[in-house]
Design a protein around this ligand. Structure first.
Ligand SMILES: [Zn+2]
Length: 281
């Protein structure tokens, strides 16, 4: 725990950043494209067609998070309702219901890809959550190291984003923090498919119970924000679990070695938004 905490504190000062480009495609109603050519998602295809080469965004230097709004001119990255945020001022809302999570133990994990920005696992259709009577299907999950959201200023060693979309392409993300602790059996399964070079993909084709990656305590923070990678599209429903899960230091290091250095976007202003906290479940 000490090593990771130190690392996280150190990173705070660097101001580096992100969400996966799959989220971008989900927003464009083309989730199927994601599975077939995950690497191409990173570039902005529209601009490529016009002939001027456009440098890809990244987490460092001149293409880092501080420059996304200018790099990606048609994006929402300069918007007023962006993610991630530091969750520090919030109102407990006793009327917020427990999350209706319908994850089955036999949903098939289709593949894993290193998309150059994160390690991402893509699901076949099966798992979903229900928000206000509507189904949002789990498409993929991926990692940020260290975490993007901070809770009362605390940056966790790892944050997992479980990306869901409804039939209209509206997006809801469950965010699960991980801290260093005991070894996680589901992470052993997931990491058996690593390492992966940037751009590489491996088929999995095996069932995976995503419930195993959720904390037992399902209390959460909720707010409306954005994708944390370009195009930073807004109106994403965020549900950040208050309680982290445990993974071992070794498991954190395996992920770290497979991802770009410090793939997190810097904290965004809350502006006029109100962050709500659920009661304890
Ligand atoms: Zn993400």
């Amino acid at each position: 725990m000490k090593t990771l905490s130190y690392l996280a504190l150190f990173l705070l000062g660097l101001g580096l950043t992100a969400c996966s480009s799959n989220e971008q495609h989900l927003n464009e109603h083309h989730p199927e494209t994601v599975e077939k050519s995950p690497v191409k998602l990173e570039a902005a295809p529209e601009e490529g067609h016009e002939g001027h080469h456009h440098e890809d965004w990244s987490y460092q230097g001149e293409t880092g998070p501080e420059h996304w709004a200018e790099l990606e001119k048609t994006s929402d990255c300069g918007g007023m309702h962006q993610s991630p945020i530091n969750i520090v001022e919030y109102k407990t809302d006793e009327t917020l219901p427990p999350l209706d999570i319908q994850y089955a133990d036999q949903t098939v994990l289709h593949d894993v890809v290193n998309n150059g920005h994160s390690i991402q696992y893509d699901f076949e259709e099966g798992d979903y959550i229900v928000l206000e009577g509507e189904k949002y299907y789990l498409k993929q999950f991926h990692f940020h190291e260290p975490s993007e959201h901070t809770i009362e200023g605390v940056r966790y060693p790892l944050e997992m984003h479980l990306v869901h979309a409804n039939k209209e392409g509206d997006i809801a993300v469950l965010a699960v923090m991980a801290k260093e602790g005991g070894q996680s059996a589901p992470f052993d399964f997931l990491e058996a498919y690593l390492p992966l070079e940037p751009g590489a993909k491996k088929e999995i084709g095996k069932p995976f119970d995503m419930n195993l990656n959720l904390p037992k305590d399902r209390s959460y923070y909720h707010y409306t924000g954005s994708l944390t990678t370009p195009p930073c599209s807004e109106n994403v429903q965020w549900y950040v679990f208050k309680t982290p899960i445990d993974i071992s230091l070794k498991q954190a290091k395996v992920l770290e070695e497979n991802m770009p250095v410090h793939n997190y976007r810097n904290e965004q202003p809350v502006n006029d938004r109100i962050v709500k906290a659920s009661p304890n479940f």
